[in-house]
Design a protein around this ligand. Structure first.
Ligand code: NAG
Ligand code: NAG
Ligand code: NAG
Length: 482
């Protein structure tokens, strides 16, 4: 039986009752078969054109494309890591994230952030430091990433994460993608405290109006912040200096949430968890990481120790800095990358890594606060970090550090920091090699993979995956206790 045009049309409109001739059961069965075949073909074509993918486009040209365009090759759906609970990402009004980026020039009172917020926070691509085994030219893995931009990279990774769910009722974790660090640095100089806190207060009002928040009073919600917690914990005590902080992390609703931050408050940050500062490597695959690990493993380390950084004026921390600069300058076994204000050398990934790769130990005194991005640069370079405070890493990055501090780092207390060279040269060669190997093995965990990396190609847990695994455990146990 041939279809007349009219029949075909009615078939498409699911209105075959109009066809008076199709009374017999046989004809009905044929119709159903045709419908079935038609739909199968249609679904098949649909699948070819739009393979299932967990990511949703985010409308932002400034953000460098959120992965709206897909690769031409259909990919199988990525599997969610069984140790990560399904998480929901709030679709916040853009004033809390993407709209902030539109005024990137004023987001930080010291720096024009426009180049740094590009490529979803990865920043500007830089040449592959390993030219022989470079990644594909069109998908760079090395960027001059800004130290305070983890929140954007986290967001980009989370959006394409296979454990993301679009259905809040099936989520255990709730991610609130507020760019709190960028907001913070943009209002450092606002003298009116109410104005300075306004966006934080606005965010809390917005979030706490959701049923999903009220259900567990925010205990299953989290923020990821690319700046230190200190910047969001202003104390209104008369004695404390106003260095520009706001009060986001002290708001009652936020005290119930989990806060991922590059520097937690060591004493008041019970709900704060340290996440790595982003370094420069944003790989797509485990093979890329392995190639880099091999490179730093065979790097010739001509110097015992090195220091990258400048002097500081802040009272207590300045003394350690000055002492380190003096000792490094006095030793021909110390390499120094001096950071003068306005000098770009300290932010040139190639230069920083090249120097770190030539040293056995990298000195990591506190900077303006306890922590430093440089710690993660030195891990990436396979350079054993030397700390002068337990709060530079040990009390910060519990989720990321190997068991024993002495397996991968050196802590020089006040009694030993006056003779750095002597202390470091006393450590046996084999011991240094063991420590370095532990440092090199930390690289995948503390690295922020490229947001466009697929989980199957990545094949390891990066900084974001580790955070999600640990958050899953944490939220499960708090909900269990409650
Ligand atoms: C991710 O891939 C998309 C599509 O290929 C591209 O437009 C976007 O720029 C990529 N994102 C980054 C951060 O490179
Ligand atoms: C925080 O959690 C506690 C305990 O679940 C609850 O009593 C309190 O009301 C919560 N605070 C807010 C602001 O929801
Ligand atoms: C430290 O203080 C001196 C003089 O008080 C000033 O010239 C210099 O810029 C300050 N350095 C930093 C890094 O703030």
């Amino acid at each position: 039986m041939a279809f007349r045009p009219k029949d075909k049309h009615s078939l498409l409109l699911f209105s075959y009752s109009k066809d008076k001739a199709s009374n017999s059961i046989l004809v009905k069965a044929k119709y159903l078969l045709y419908i079935f075949l038609f739909f199968s073909l249609w679904l098949f074509l649909l699948f070819l054109c739009f393979p299932p993918s967990p990511d949703l486009p985010t409308p932002s040209a400034i953000a460098g494309g959120a992965g709206g365009e897909e690769d031409d090759v259909p990919r199988p759906p990525e599997k969610c890591d069984p140790d990560i609970a399904p998480f929901y990402i709030y679709d916040l009004p853009t004033r809390f994230n993407l709209a902030l980026l539109r005024r990137c020039r004023s987001l930080n009172i010291y720096t024009d952030m426009c180049p740094h917020v590009a490529h979803r926070g990865l920043g500007q691509p830089v040449p592959h430091p390993l030219s022989s085994s470079g990644g594909a030219a069109d998908s760079p893995s090395w960027y001059a990433t800004h130290q305070f931009i983890a929140e954007m990279i986290f967001h980009a990774r989370a959006e394409r994460h296979p454990c993301r769910t679009l259905d809040p009722s099936s989520a255990l974790l709730f991610y609130v993608p507020f760019y709190a660090g960028l907001y913070t640095s943009s209002v450092f100089r606002v003298s009116d405290h109410a104005l300075r806190d306004a966006l934080a207060v606005d965010l809390v009002a917005h979030i706490s109006s959701h049923a999903a928040f009220r259900r567990r009073r925010g205990r299953d919600h989290f923020l990821a912040i690319g700046r230190t917690a200190w910047d969001l914990m202003r104390s209104d005590a008369a004695s404390s200096p106003d260095f520009g902080a706001n009060r986001l992390l002290l708001l009652p609703e936020v005290l119930n949430m989990s806060i991922l931050t590059v520097e937690r408050h060591p004493w008041k940050g019970d709900n704060q968890f340290g996440i790595p500062y982003p370094s420069y490597f944003h790989p797509f695959s485990a093979a890329e990481v392995a190639a880099w690990q091999a490179e730093v493993r065979r790097s010739k380390r001509s110097h015992l120790f090195m220091f990258v950084g400048g002097p500081r004026n802040a009272t207590d921390k300045a003394a350690v800095r000055a002492e380190i600069l003096r000792q490094c300058g006095a030793s021909d076994r110390c390499l120094r990358v001096e950071c003068k204000p306005g000098s770009p050398k300290c932010h040139d990934p190639e230069r920083v890594l090249a120097v770190m790769k030539q040293a056995e130990f990298c000195l990591q005194p506190p900077g303006d606060s306890f922590t430093r991005r440089s710690v993660f640069d030195s891990v990436l370079a396979g350079c054993v970090p030397v700390f002068f405070s337990e709060h530079t890493a040990y009390t910060q990055y519990r989720w990321y550090l190997p068991g024993r501090a002495e397996d991968w780092s050196v802590l020089l207390g006040p009694d030993r920091s006056s003779r750095i060279e002597e202390e470091l040269s006393r450590i046996p060669k084999e011991e240094v090699e063991r420590m370095r190997e532990t440092v090199i093995e930390m690289i995948p965990k503390v690295t922020y993979a490229h947001p466009n990396a697929s989980r199957s190609a990545l094949g390891f847990r990066d900084a974001v995956d580790v955070a999600l695994v640990e958050l899953t455990k944490h939220v499960r146990s708090t909900l269990h206790e409650a």
